[in-house]
Design a binder for this molecule. Structure first.
Ligand code: F6R
Length: 370
């Protein structure tokens, strides 16, 4: 039921503080006054095997692929195992090599996506350990994998995935923490992430207050043909996912671009008319994003900068741009915060442009035919 909301997508965006709480419920282990670790029942007997694998593959489609991309760096950091990203259809087209020593992690909200399911059969036939990250208990992917994690985000009705995306990142962050649990050197890093997992629902509540600002921005952008989104590091996924939301519901061309690739082509598009959102929240890549902003400024780019609360002047000392200021969390959790304004923007753009929010033309919630 939509309750007080006009659309399911709007409801699902606004219920993320609760869906994230449910994703974490019962999974953070308390030791004395502090939370000291995570417990993922469906994975605990397989952690040793995953830690010893030669490679981890994240396999999914669309938004679920982006959720894998958002957690890739943390899984590599805490497990020490290299992670490769695979779009399910491309892995199948190539029949890319998969080995017995690999762990293949299948990310799917519905658990029924045809390409992801076919990639699961393929990886199983190659002898890999197959792990599912799904939102649907009893789905084909949940049943077909050797072990897995339910994200427990609750039923998602809007075709555009919103709360499932943030819960997928939270669940995979917990998976990374569990994989790193036997490593003493990363103990303080893990503790800091766990502290911020606990803060996460409140921070999402805070960023949801940008709803009106995003509506204003949508009014400004509603007649545009195109919108670029630049991100890097943990927020490369934010750029891809933000652009996907805008294109799939608002039916506006939008492209997520790895900022490190800017000079290798996309820079040619920059002029005073094309709107560009640059994600430049505080993390190890922030100074690089600052120089991207300067280069875009030098070409009179029409910038909208997403930055950490209080950093607006620092990011653009001599520009009067629009800013989207968001609360700060540990770098690996920041994509959960940063995607929310994009979800709100896509929602408002769609309503203003008069399109169907919950059922965009040509799309189905679950793609069961490849
Ligand atoms: C976009 C969206 C799709 C799905 C994709 C995979 O908002 O929802 O890109 O993420 O079709 O679906 P699942 O996660 O069910 O495998």
């Amino acid at each position: 039921q939509k309750g007080n909301y006009d659309h399911y997508m709007q409801k699902e965006i606004h219920e993320q503080p609760e869906s994230l709480t449910t994703t974490m419920r019962g999974r953070l282990i308390h030791g004395g006054s502090k939370v000291k670790g995570v417990l993922l029942g469906g994975l605990k007997d397989h952690l040793r095997t995953i830690r010893r694998s030669r490679r981890i593959l994240f396999i999914g489609c669309g938004t679920s692929y982006h959720a894998g991309l958002a957690t890739r760096a943390l899984v590599e950091e805490l497990s020490g195992v290299p992670v490769t990203m695979e779009l399910a259809s491309d892995l199948l087209d190539r029949r890319g090599p998969v080995y017995r020593e690999d762990t293949a992690i299948f990310v799917s909200q519905s658990g029924e996506t045809a390409d992801t399911l076919e990639a699961l059969e393929y990886a199983k036939s190659c002898g890999a350990l197959c792990v599912g990250v799904t939102n649907t208990v009893g789905s084909a992917i949940a049943r077909g994998t050797h072990c897995g994690v339910h994200i427990n985000a609750g039923c998602e009705i809007g075709v555009a995935s919103t709360k499932a995306y943030t819960s997928q990142i939270a669940a995979m962050t917990m998976m990374a923490l569990a994989l790193g649990e036997d490593t003493i050197s990363s103990c303080s890093r893990r503790e800091a992430i766990i502290d911020d997992l606990i803060n996460l629902p409140d921070k999402v509540r805070e960023v949801l207050k940008l709803d009106n600002d995003m509506k204003e921005l949508a009014k400004e952008l509603m007649e545009e043909q195109s919108l670029l989104v630049f991100g890097r590091g943990y927020n490369y996924a934010t750029a891809l996912e933000g652009a996907l939301k805008v294109k799939e519901v608002a039916l506006m061309h939008s492209e997520g671009i790895l900022a490190g690739e800017m000079k290798h082509g996309p820079l040619a598009l920059v002029d005073e008319n094309l709107p560009i959102i640059v994600v430049a929240t505080r993390d190890a890549t922030c100074s690089k994003q600052q120089s991207v902003i300067q280069q875009l400024q030098a070409r009179k780019g029409r910038l909208i900068v997403m930055c950490t609360k209080g950093d607006a002047n620092l990011m653009c000392p001599n520009g009067s741009y629009r800013f989207i200021e968001v609360p700060q969390l540990q770098d690996c959790l920041q994509p959960i915060i940063n995607i929310v304004p994009f979800q709100l923007l896509a929602y408002h753009l769609t309503v203003l442009r008069g399109f169907n929010v919950d059922q965009p033309r040509n799309l189905a919630k679950s793609v069961t035919i490849s």
